[in-house]
Structures are given as C-alpha cells and as structure tokens.
Design a protein around this ligand. Structure first.
Ligand SMILES: Nc1ncnc2c1ncn2[C@@H]1O[C@H](COP(=O)(O)OP(=O)(O)OP(=O)(O)O)[C@@H](O)[C@H]1O
Ligand SMILES: [Mg+2]
Length: 334
C-alpha cells in the first residue's frame, strides 16, 4: 500500500526485499507523483495516471538490470471519491518472457526450415531464366531490340529474387514478439491510414464494425498490423472483378478471445485453392505480383500470439477470421 507521496506504508516481505535491492519497478523513494513525466513507464508515472484517471493501471515495465515486470496499481478511495492511496502489485515475469521469446525463435526457425525447399525452388526458377538470357546475349549476335528484351527479362528475374529475399529477411529478422497493451481500434486505424487511398482508388466501400467497450489487448501491434494488411490486400485483390465491392472489418470479444474478421464480396475461394492458401509460396496471382507468403506468414504470427486463423468462403465472398486469446493478457476494464 503506497500513499500519494510514493511512500510505501504496508508491504509484504518480497516487496521489502526489492526495495532494499533498489529494483526499478517498486517505490524506493518518496516524491510527488504529479511531477512525474506522464509518458514514462515507471511506478511514479503510473501512480500519477491512477490519481488522474481514478482507474486501475496495469503495465509491463522493464528495468535497467534486464528484469521484466507486470505491475498493477489499484486506487483506494475516500468517501468523497478521491484517490488517497494505491495498492501496488508487482510480478516478476522475466523468466516467462525469456521462455516466450525462446519459443517464438524456435517456431520461427522451424517455419524457415519448412520454407527452405520452397525458397530454393522459387529462386531457382528466375535464376534459370536469367542464366539462359545472359548466355544468349553473350554468345549470339542479336539486334539492339532483342538484346534490350533479354536485358529486361534478366532485370525482371533479378527483381523477383530480390523480392523473395526481402520478404524472407523481414520474416526471419523479427523473431521476437514485442508485446504491448494496445487498443485494437488504433491498430485498425493505423492499417487504414496505409490503404485508405488505395481502397478509394479501387472504388471499394469500407465498413468497420467495432464492438463497443473493446478491452485493450496484449499483442505485438506491428505484427498484427502486418497480418491485417495482408488480409485486406488479399480481399482487395479478390474483388478486382466484382460488381459490388465491400470490405468489412469486424472486431468483437467472445469467451475471453478477441476476433478480427476481414470480409470481402469477391467470388470466394474454390476448393482446390482453399486447401493450399496457407502453404508457403502458394499464389494464384500473376508472376511478379504475389509471393504467396502473405497467409503463411500471417498464420505464423497469429500462432505466435497463441491464436488461430481460418476462413469461410462462398461464391458471395470470403471471411478471414483471426482469433487472439485475451486470457491472462487482458488488462483491467476501464
Ligand atoms: N480473400 C480472398 N479471396 C479469394 N482468394 C484468396 C483470398 N485470400 C487469399 N486468397 C488466395 O490465397 C492465395 C494465397 O494468399 P497469400 O496472401 O498467401 O499470397 P498472395 O496474396 O498470393 O501473395 P502475397 O501475399 O505474398 O503478396 C492467393 O493467391 C489467393 O489465391
Ligand atoms: Mg497476400
């Protein structure tokens, strides 16, 4: 129990020990929290937030010595509804985070292993073309026009290889999930900022259906944004020849899970395609347009979050559903 001068009034033994070890996530010195920098993630700034919002606050705090803590501050009110004290609860989750990170890396390595055969094939194809063209240019005397055509083909093949390598590097580089508490609304807004213009250009009507009072969720916003972006781009491609072009994004909670649905009014996914959509390098798009890694990577990201991804489809359109568990990661209702 901490008073509004950040003085610890009552605490258990573990908290006392952390005070004596001067650990970052506990209150060590008395001070005025109202002078704290609001944007910092330290206990003093968090107490300020509790005083001002009168709501509990839960945050992850990392300390300079490399620890990682899940910390909760609960307000205690007087009879007039003023915050007079704060109950501070801190959990050391350093080990849990290390294991989670290790698991994410292992899964990623397994996925890359699974990709290896596909990568070899995907790079080998354009490479064959490049070698052939180059051979022709060197060995045979050809007119300027044919020579330029050959050079253009070599160029296309190299761009394709470069594209594949880039996607793979992006995929392998970001092994670690950067989990934070975020609002799904912000996440969707970020993605829409990127593609609003594109949707307008393609005359696609956008419908957003967010359930009211969505609680904040604990996830890697960049990664989930990447998933949403791919689902939306797929939906846009699927509606290329549709008369009615409506993209619907729906978010709701059910049974302590969060669901994000991305629906299109395309012509659906035929059964022979449906069974392969999550396979690496599977694409029905023209050469140079899709790498076929979008859904494969999306699935891996969602699974890293302990979630699932699936779709329902008919000749009226397709809905991709992303499910992310909230359990244990849900912060207090505001
Ligand atoms: N909403 C959708 N409607 C119809 N078909 C779809 C839809 N989403 C995906 N598909 C099919 O699944 C295939 C694989 O999708 P994925 O996102 O993995 O790769 P891509 O979009 O072809 O390429 P990339 O995402 O790498 O640019 C697509 O080529 C398409 O045939
Ligand atoms: Mg895609």
């Amino acid at each position: 129990m901490v008073n509004l001068n950040c003085k610890v009034e009552v605490s258990n033994k573990a908290y006392q020990e952390w005070i004596s070890q001067k650990k970052g996530p506990v209150f060590n010195t008395e001070c005025d929290p109202l002078k704290a920098d609001k944007n910092k993630t330290c206990p003093i700034a968090l107490i300020r937030k509790v005083i001002e919002t009168k709501h509990p606050v839960s945050e992850y705090i990392s300390s300079p010595e490399g620890g990682y803590y899940y910390t909760h501050l609960y307000p205690v009110f007087d009879q007039t509804g003023k915050v007079i004290k704060v109950v501070h609860y801190v959990e050391d989750v350093t080990e849990k985070k290390r294991i989670e990170e290790q698991m994410a890396i292992t899964e990623k390595l397994a996925a890359i292993g699974q990709l290896a055969a596909g990568i070899a094939h995907e790079i080998n194809n354009p490479l064959g073309g490049i070698i052939l063209c180059l051979d022709n240019v060197i060995r045979s005397s050809m007119d300027e026009k044919t020579k330029n055509q050959h050079i253009e083909l070599i160029n296309q093949g190299l761009s394709r290889i470069q594209n594949i390598i880039k996607v793979l590097l992006d995929f392998s580089r970001t092994t670690e999930l950067n989990l934070r508490v975020c609002e799904v609304k912000d996440l969707i807004e970020n993605v829409l900022k990127l593609i609003n213009y594109y949707l307008k250009e393609k005359s696609i009507k956008l419908k957003i259906e967010l359930e009211q009072n969505l609680s904040p969720v604990y996830l890697d916003s960049n990664k989930i944004e990447q998933v949403l972006l791919n689902l939306i781009l797929n939906a846009v491609d699927a509606m290329e020849n549709s008369e009615e072009k409506v993209l619907t994004i729906k978010v709701y909670h059910k049974d302590s899970k969060m669901f994000i649905e991305v629906s299109d009014t395309g012509s659906g996914i035929p059964p022979h395609v449906a069974e392969k959509v999550f396979d690496p390098f599977f694409t029905t798009k023209p050469l140079g347009k899709g790498t076929g890694l979008g859904l494969f990577i999306s699935k891996s990201i969602v699974e890293q979050h302990g979630g699932k991804i699936w779709f329902t489809t008919s000749e009226k359109g397709t809905t991709f559903v992303v499910e992310i568990p909230l359990e244990g990661r849900r912060i207090h209702e505001r």
